[in-house]
Design a protein around this ligand. Structure first.
Ligand code: 8X3
Length: 249
């Protein structure tokens, strides 16, 4: 039987690459996002096995209405990939814009739990899977990560909590935690600063969205009795720093 996956945030980066990976493997893909032009472009590229669903994930009513509008062929969902999310800014906590913090929480936390809550009955019925895109920032704090890291720690812990609640129901849940990956993510984070983008990725041999898409595909296609609880992935070029100690002079 053809399987169906719903991927949030398919208009760029991990989401678009994951939509391509699963359609190439014969899955039906529902791709969500706000930017209709990008969803339509992906629909023309991927054909009838891709169903675009345009809505703003921070709008609970729009989310519910969009899910209710799914045609019969796409209504049964086997896998949910909660990919929609963003980082805004890299400034220290005392110099950030509260609006940016709230936008990250609205998308990365509230949007994610809202769509998950709506889809849980279908996922339980199909003994499906939930793959949540967290980040290395969930476990490893860095300067300027503040609320972004906090939202991703939520995603990781929510995933583990879901596993506990879904015990015995045959639903798999995974927290996928990528590190530095070359994508629009950084342009969004820096407000479109191409120079910062080039500086960050120059010579870094960062992960590519296709690496994450392949990881998601591997997790989703494990045998039904195998649950990957969490999976952290970095480029070889990225690792860990020392704990800084500030000394009074
Ligand atoms: C973001 C990962 O390493 O760019 O989720 O902070 S990193």
């Amino acid at each position: 039987m053809t399987q169906t996956i719903l991927i949030t945030g398919t208009t760029a980066g991990f989401g678009a690459a994951t939509a391509r990976r699963f359609t190439a493997a014969g899955w039906q893909v529902i791709g969500t996002g706000r930017r209709v032009d990008r969803l339509e472009a992906l629909a023309s590229e991927l054909g009838s096995s891709f169903h675009p669903l345009a809505f703003d994930i921070t709008d609970a009513e729009a989310t519910q209405a969009a899910l209710a509008s799914l045609p019969e062929r796409f209504a049964g969902i086997d896998v949910l990939v909660n990919n929609a999310g963003l980082a805004l800014g890299t400034a220290p906590a005392d110099q950030t814009d509260l609006k940016q913090w709230r936008t990250m929480i609205d998308t990365n936390v509230t949007g994610l739990v809202t769509i998950t809550h709506h889809l849980l009955p279908r996922l339980i019925e199909r003994r499906g899977a939930i793959l949540n895109i967290s980040s290395v920032a969930a476990s490893w704090p860095y300067p300027g990560g503040n609320v972004y890291g906090g939202t991703k720690a939520f995603v990781r812990q929510f995933s583990l909590g879901l596993r506990a609640d879904l015990h015995g129901k045959g639903v798999r849940v995974t927290s996928i935690e990528p590190g530095l990956c070359e994508s629009e993510f950084t342009l969004v984070r820096t407000g479109g600063n191409q120079e910062a983008y080039d500086k960050l990725y120059g010579g870094a041999h960062a992960l590519q969205p296709e690496n994450i898409a392949e990881t998601i595909f591997w997790v989703a296609t494990q045998p039904p009795h195998v649950n990957v609880n969490s999976l952290e992935i970095m480029p070889v070029s990225q690792s860990f720093g020392p704990f800084p100690v500030h000394r009074e002079s």
